[in-house]
Design a protein around this ligand. Structure first.
Ligand SMILES: Nc1ncnc2c1ncn2[C@@H]1O[C@H](COP(=O)(O)OP(=O)(O)OP(=O)(O)O)[C@@H](O)[C@H]1O
Length: 674
């Protein structure tokens, strides 16, 4: 058996590459540019990057760090059985036969290891006892045969264990990842506004990645335990004092290893935000999404500089942890060395005082070596497994509570709504010190087009998300035919929502799947083509080589890329395809050419015949199509009426209108009131 080393303990997967917005500033309360955060000088790094205040994600509440700190060696030891149970359950879930096979083979390999050790000690005892060499060899023969048999069996079992674990390990990580993905789909949308949720999700993601490691660690644990047991049996047979002495001598080293593992885990926890920052930067630097802007804006140096700053911070944390861990290991090794000296002195004393024979002493020397090695192995792999367990704890803790944001709404399954009433709704986003919406009341009716207009940030999108049940209001109610959105089954409610958000998804899927969103209807492509025609996307599809089958992802083989406006037509087709009672269009024509825009607005009335339409737009001249226009300002409704009424009425609507048909009035800046 090779002794498990802790070399791989430092190997911790980083968070996956994920698209996310680049943070633009440190959150309030976060000390900016602390002296010790200054980046290390990097050859070639632009000075500007070094002089800039550093951005970083932070553990705003510090709760995870506090939780990590509170973990003591005893807790970690207590976690081990739970950890083994959990990983076995996961392995069972992904491949029962491989799990049973692995367990049987590992147990058999452990027994073979133990038999091998006992055979070695039997051989030594037989050879070192006094008497005729022929007799000694004859006596040693069965042990030698057992040793050979056990070694051969162990080698075969080792190959089988390796094969089964290489099958199970990736399956477990992927299953853990899929469970996490499923868990994330169950959370309230507002969870994504909470820094704690995002941080916990990333920690859980890391946990999912390491679940497969537990198979190897479990294997090492079983091997070390078997070798320890065998050594212990042999030692106990030589003299009862030796085993307790050896265990006592190994304790300091065990404690040091576990503490070092905890130090490394905590360091990683502290770097969590920075790791996240790296993945965001990587995504922006790697992908084609911002490739043009990085070049045209000559931002490569700046972004790489920021990357280096962040890496430097992580390196610093790692170095501190490595130094501290090494100091702990050194102290443990010194104490362990002293302990070993005591054990060896005990063997010499037992021999000198005639309490054991020379043959027994030889066996004891061998057993001490093996047992000491397996204790060190047990401690090292145990510490590693506990650390993996800490990450897995993050994963399973997140799954248990979906980060504390699992959707728990009511059972009511709404049909297409006739009316949606917004009654005295106030909404405030997590971490914000002001309301996005204040005391808003409004009624939407089937057959009507309602338009929301107002300055940037006035709360239009927020209101549309509350109406669609994506967010639940902080106070007040959104009633779908009299039932609050919080009491409705969210999946059933969203079946009745067709939404074109401002930032619509550009799914790397075929045109057909982009339109059906993976939910085809009985009418098949005829319905898809109809929706495309209504959105003006039919012209786009006609130009594509494979029509509806065309893959909309340029970077993939045979994929095609669309222009901004073409993508928006596909997004509109998506919404028109959906047989939903509420159609929400948030800036639906922002990228469209005037002809396409004109056609969409012309079609809106027809679309509203059997559903309600909520339109958010800055195209004030086009909102005449709406039956009712609601003007929002700083989260409040300030005007409501038809186009004709509002165009005559002095007020914000008139001003918004004037911006579009004339130049900016004196004393006002675009999008901002003075
Ligand atoms: N997810 C969020 N988390 C925190 N604050 C948010 C979030 N979304 C919006 N806000 C804030 O809520 C306010 C209203 O934003 P909203 O997006 O509803 O405005 P809007 O009228 O749709 O603006 P625009 O015309 O620019 O689209 C803004 O102050 C914005 O900063």
């Amino acid at each position: 058996m090779s002794e498990p080393t802790d070399a791989s303990a430092g190997k911790v997967p980083g968070p996956r590459t994920a698209p996310a917005a680049l943070p633009t500033a440190a959150p309030p309360g976060e000390p900016r540019n602390r002296p010790d955060d200054r980046p290390e000088a990097q050859p070639g790094a632009p000075d500007a990057a070094a002089a800039e205040p550093q951005m970083r994600y932070v553990d705003v509440t510090g709760s995870r760090e506090a939780a990590g700190r509170s973990i003591r060696t005893r807790d970690m030891a207590r976690r081990l059985p739970r950890l083994v149970r959990r990983s076995l359950a996961l392995a069972w879930r992904v491949d029962r036969r491989a799990t049973i096979g692995l367990l049987l083979c590992q147990a058999a390999a452990g027994v073979m290891q133990a038999l091998g050790l006992i055979a070695i000690s039997g051989t030594l005892t037989a050879l070192l006892t006094s008497g005729n060499i022929y007799h000694r060899l004859l006596e040693a023969w069965p042990s030698v045969a057992l040793l050979a048999g056990a070694s051969a069996a162990r080698a075969l079992l080792g190959i089988t264990v390796g094969w089964l674990s290489s099958r199970l390990s990736p399956l477990m990580s992927r299953e853990a990842e899929q469970m996490l993905l499923a868990g994330c789909a169950e959370v309230e949308l507002c969870a994504y506004d909470e820094p704690d949720f995002n941080r916990d999700r990333e920690a859980a993601d890391r946990g999912a990645q390491v679940t497969g490691d537990l198979i190897d660690e479990g294997q090492d644990l079983i091997a070390s335990s078997a070798s320890f047991l065998a050594g212990a049996i042999v030692l106990a047979g030589v003299h009862p004092v030796l085993l307790p002495l050896l265990v006592a001598a190994s304790l300091p080293q065990a404690l040091a290893q576990v503490s070092a593992a905890r130090v490394r885990y905590l360091a990683n926890l502290r770097s969590n935000g920075d790791q996240r920052m790296l993945s965001v930067l990587r995504w922006h630097i790697y992908t084609r999404e911002a490739a043009d802007q990085i070049r045209a804006g000559t931002m490569a140096g700046f972004l790489s500089g920021r990357y280096r700053q962040t890496v430097a911070r992580i390196n610093r944390e790692d170095r501190v942890a490595a130094d501290k861990g090494a100091r702990m290991s050194l102290a443990g090794a010194l104490c362990g060395g002293l302990g070993s000296a005591v054990v060896w002195a005990a063997v010499v004393w037992l021999l000198a005082t005639g309490r054991i024979t020379v043959g027994h002493a030889g066996t004891a020397v061998f057993a001490l070596q093996t047992t000491g090695q397996s204790v060190r192995g047990l401690v090292a792999v145990g510490a590693r497994a506990v650390r993996t367990g800490l990450y897995m704890d993050n994963w399973s803790g997140f799954l248990d509570k979906a980060g504390g944001f699992r959707m728990r709404r009511g059972p009511h399954r709404p049909g297409p709504p006739k009316t949606i009433e917004v009654t005295s709704v106030t909404h405030r986003y997590a971490g914000k010190d002001r309301d996005a919406l204040s005391d808003v009341s409004l009624t939407l009716r089937r057959g009507e087009v309602t338009a929301l207009v107002g300055f940037n940030g006035s709360g239009k999108s927020t209101l549309s998300k509350l109406v669609s049940g994506l967010y639940l209001p902080t106070s007040g109610q959104v009633l779908w035919d009299g039932v609050p959105t919080g009491d409705a089954d969210p999946q059933a409610l969203w079946q009745q929502v067709a939404l074109v958000p401002q930032d619509y998804a550009r799914w790397p899927l075929s045109v057909r799947e982009n339109v059906t969103q993976g939910q085809p209807v009985a009418r098949g492509d005829a319905a898809v083509r109809e929706a495309c025609e209504a959105a003006g996307a039919d012209e786009v599809v006609d130009q594509l080589g494979a029509g509806l089958d065309t893959l909309l992802a340029r970077e993939w083989l045979n994929g095609e890329e669309l222009s901004g406006g073409q993508w928006q037509r596909i997004a509109l087709a998506r919404a028109f395809f959906r047989q939903a009672g509420l159609l929400v269009l948030d800036e639906p024509t922002a990228n469209l050419d005037p002809r396409a825009e004109y056609r969409i607005f012309q079609r809106l009335r027809g679309l509203a015949r059997d559903r309600m339409v909520l339109l958010v737009t800055h195209r004030i001249t086009n909102v005449a199509v709406a039956d009712r226009i609601v003007v929002l300002d700083e989260g409040r409704i300030v005007q409501e009426g038809t186009y004709a009424q509002l165009a005559r009425q002095p007020g914000l609507f008139q001003r918004l209108l004037s911006y579009q048909i004339t130049s900016e009035p004196d004393g006002e800046r675009h999008g901002r009131r003075t």
